[in-house]
Design a protein around this ligand. Structure first.
Ligand code: FEO
Ligand code: CA
Ligand code: CA
Ligand code: CA
Length: 608
C-alpha cells in the first residue's frame, strides 16, 4: 500500500561516492565491527594466529578463507541444541549463529613463499592440507555487546565444515552408479564440500550451502577418462591437467583414479547449524551444476518453492517445487521436503511471458535416445537436460531471491562477455554484456500473495547495470527513471551478484566486478516499488581487490552482516604488497577475508 511505498522511498543514509583505495567505506553515522577474519579462533584458549605456523588441525578450529554467503540464525534463549525449529522462529537480534561459506582458497595470498609450480606438481602437500580445512563453512555463535558484535569463543555450536566432513547423499540420484567410487560403493556417502558460494535458509532451522566452482579441486585429463559421458561432463566443469594437483595429496581428486568423484560435488547441501553433531546432506533433487545458491518461498499449507541459478555463461535459472506441503511446527515432516519434488528450468519468452519447464526423465527429450538412463542422469547432467528442453541461456545467473514484501522474485545476472552479436534474447538483451542486469519475475496473483507454484509467470527487466551515460550500448546502464535526479553519479553500479531484502522490501545488491569500471565493489540499496523503484543509492565500498558477498540483516534490521571476499586480489597481487594488508594493516599479517557487522551509530534500522 501507499504506506510501504512511502517508507521504501525512505533510504535515508548519506550516499558514499565511487572510490578505489585499500579501505572499506560506509555512510556517516554508520560503523562496522570487524567480526570474523580468516584464522580467527573458534575456541576459547587458542594461540595467536601465525599464518606461517598454520597446519590442517589448527585451521580446522579457525575461521576459514574467502567468506561468502552469510546466514544469521537467531538463538532462542529458552531452547537448546537440536531445537532448531524453535530457535529459528525467534526474532532475537542480539545473539545467534553466524553461518558463513568459505568459497575457495588463494594460496599465493595465504602463504609466504608459496610456489604455484610446486603446487601443480603436487609437492606442496602441507598447503593443500590446510586449504582443505580453510574452505567449506563455519558456524560461529555471536553476540551483540556494548562494544559491538563479537564471536562467543568456545560455544558448543561453533563448528567447521570442510573437505573432510562426512555427508549423506539424498534424493533421486542418491546411490546411482555414477555416484559410486572405490571408497564409497554405496554412492550415498561423501566427504566434504567445496566451492561454497551463496546459499539459503529454511523455516525449519536448516541452512543451504551451494557448491559452485568445484571443478578447480579436481585434477586430470578428461580426454583420458574412458567413459565419453563422464569425459564431457568433467570438461564442462573445468577439470584439466593444468589444475592444481590436490589429487597428489588426496587421490580421490585425481579423475584418473576416481572418475566418479566429481559427480559427488556440484549439489546444494543442507545442514542443521543448531545441532553441531548433525550430518550435512547433499540434495540431488536440486540438480548438479555450478550452484550460486537456492532460496525458499515457504507458505503454510503449500509446497516449498526454491529458486536458484547456475553461475556460468549461457546457463540457466531453476525452480524446485516440493512434493510435500510445508507444515509450520512439524520439523520432522518439513526436513524431508527438499528431498522429493520437481526441478524446472526457466524459459523467458519475448513480450514478458515465462514458463517453468520440468526436468523429468521420460518427459519431452529427456529419454534414452538422448542418453539419459534415468532421473539420476537428468539431475547429474542437469545443464544438458535444461538446454534440451529449451530453457533460456542466461548471462551468468547468481542469486535468485524473493522479496518478502511484494512476493516477486529477482534474478541477478552478473555478466556474459561471451554473448555474441546476434545471440541476444529478450531476457539477455546485450551482446558482450560486461555490466550485468537484474530481472524481475512476477508470479500470478496479487502483490504479497503470489502463486509461485504456477508454471507460468511474467517477467521484466528491473535494471541494466552500467553507467547510464556510457557510449557503448553494451555497457550503458538503465535504472528507474520516474523521479528526475533520483540517481546520483555514484548510484550506478555493475555486476550484481548477491542480494538481500530489508524488512521494508528494499533491495540491497552486492557487486562483483565494478573495479573493471574504475571503482570499488560494494552495496547499492533501492526500492522495488513506487516512484523510486530501481533507483540505487551507494551504501558500502570494499577495499581494493575485494568483492562483497552475503548481505544479511538481523530480524530487527539493526545490523547488516557483509563478507569482504579476496581483499587485495588483483592481477600480479603478491603476498608482500604493503599497501594491501586489509583489515589488520599489520605488516606481519597478510590480507584477510573478513566479515563485518554494520550498524547505525544510534542503534536504528540500517538504511532508514
Ligand atoms: Fe561464487 Fe557465483 O559467485
Ligand atoms: Ca557469488
Ligand atoms: Ca542473498
Ligand atoms: Ca560472482
Amino acid at each position: 500500500g501507499p504506506r510501504i511505498e512511502k517508507e521504501q522511498a525512505n533510504l535515508g543514509f548519506a550516499e558514499i561516492p565511487h572510490r578505489l583505495d585499500h579501505r572499506h567505506h560506509l555512510p556517516d553515522d554508520y560503523t562496522a565491527d570487524l567480526l570474523l577474519r580468516w584464522g580467527d579462533p573458534l575456541d576459547a584458549f587458542a594461540d595467536r594466529f601465525v599464518p606461517e605456523k598454520l597446519d590442517a588441525a589448527e585451521q580446522s578450529r579457525r575461521f576459514g578463507y574467502n567468506n561468502d554467503f552469510i546466514a544469521f540464525m537467531p538463538l532462542d534463549p529458552d531452547a537448546g541444541p537440536g531445537e532448531g525449529d524453535r530457535h529459528c522462529r525467534s526474532s532475537n537480534s542480539e545473539r545467534g549463529l553466524l553461518c558463513v561459506n568459505h568459497e575457495y582458497t588463494q594460496p599465493h595470498l595465504m602463504f609466504a613463499g608459496y610456489s604455484e609450480a610446486a603446487s601443480i606438481r603436487g609437492t606442496s602437500d602441507q598447503h593443500i592440507a590446510v586449504e582443505q580445512q580453510a574452505c567449506g563453512h563455519s558456524v560461529v555463535e555471536i553476540e551483540k555487546t556494548s562494544g559491538g558484535w563479537q564471536p562467543v569463543l568456545g560455544s558448543p555450536y561453533n563448528r567447521r565444515i570442510s573437505l573432510t566432513t562426512e555427508m549423506d547423499i539424498v534424493g533421486a540420484a542418491a546411490g546411482d552408479t555414477r555416484l559410486r567410487t572405490n571408497e564409497d560403493p554405496s554412492g550415498m556417502r561423501v566427504f566434504g564440500t567445496v566451492g561454497n558460494c551463496a546459499g539459503g535458509k529454511t523455516p525449519w532451522g536448516t541452512v543451504l550451502i551451494a557448491e559452485e566452482g568445484f571443478g578447480g579441486a579436481f585434477q586430470g585429463d578428461p580426454n583420458k577418462v574412458a567413459d565419453e559421458v563422464e569425459a564431457q561432463n568433467h570438461q564442462a566443469f573445468g577439470i584439466s591437467p593444468e589444475n592444481r594437483n590436490w589429487g597428489n595429496y588426496d587421490r580421490r581428486f585425481d579423475i584418473s583414479v576416481e572418475p566418479h568423484e566429481p559427480n559427488r560435488f556440484g549439489w546444494m547441501v543442507e545442514y542443521d547449524p543448531y545441532d553441531p553433531q548433525s550430518k550435512p546432506r547433499k540434495l540431488t533433487g536440486l540438480g548438479r551444476f555450478e550452484h550460486e545458491g537456492f532460496t525458499l518461498v515457504s507458505k503454510p499449507g503449500q509446497p516449498i518453492v526454491a529458486y536458484g541459478g547456475d553461475d556460468d555463461e549461457h546457463q540457466f535459472v531453476y525452480r524446485f517445487v516440493s512434493s510435500g506441503i510445508y507444515r509450520p511446527g512439524e520439523p520432522a515432516h518439513n526436513r524431508a521436503l527438499l528431498t522429493e519434488g520437481t526441478l524446472y528450468a526457466g524459459q523467458f519468452r519475448e513480450g514478458g511471458a515465462g514458463v517453468w519447464l520440468p526436468l523429468v526423465f521420460g518427459q519431452g527429450p529427456l529419454t534414452e535416445e538422448n542418453g539419459f538412463r534415468n532421473q539420476a542422469d537428468v539431475l547429474i547432467d542437469c545443464r544438458r537436460a535444461a538446454k534440451l528442453i529449451g530453457a533460456t541461456p542466461m548471462d551468468r545467473p547468481e542469486d535468485v531471491e524473493t522479496n518478502p514484501v511484494n512476493d516477486c522474485t529477482y534474478v541477478m545476472l552478473t555478466k556474459n562477455r561471451k554473448r555474441a552479436e546476434g545471440d541476444e534474447n529478450a531476457a539477455n538483451p546485450r551482446a558482450r554484456n560486461s555490466a550485468g542486469h537484474v530481472l524481475e519475475i512476477v508470479p500470478p496473483g496479487r502483490s504479497g500473495e503470489r502463486d509461485h507454484v504456477s508454471d507460468s509467470f511474467r517477467w521484466n527487466t528491473f535494471l541494466l547495470g552500467g553507467n547510464p551515460n556510457a557510449e557503448d550500448p553494451a555497457e550503458r546502464g538503465a535504472y528507474g527513471q520516474q523521479v528526475p535526479g533520483a540517481i546520483s553519479p555514484h548510484g550506478w553500479f555493475t555486476n550484481p551478484d548477491n542480494v538481500a531484502f530489508d524488512m521494508r522490501g528494499n533491495m540491497w545488491i552486492a557487486t562483483d566486478g565494478c573495479e573493471s569500471f574504475g571503482f570499488h565493489d560494494g552495496l547499492w540499496a533501492m526500492a522495488t516499488e513506487g516512484e523510486l523503484r530501481a533507483a540505487p543509492k551507494h551504501f558500502f565500498g570494499c577495499p581494493q581487490g575485494g568483492e562483497i558477498c552475503g548481505p544479511e540483516f538481523t530480524p530487527d534490521g539493526t545490523t547488516l552482516f557483509v563478507s569482504v571476499q579476496h581483499p587485495a586480489d588483483a592481477d600480479n597481487s603478491t603476498f608482500d604488497n604493503p599497501l594491501h594488508r586489509w583489515p589488520d594493516n599489520d605488516p606481519g599479517l597478510p590480507p584477510r577475508p573478513s566479515v563485518l557487522a554494520i550498524r547505525r551509530k544510534d542503534g536504528g534500522v540500517v538504511g532508514r
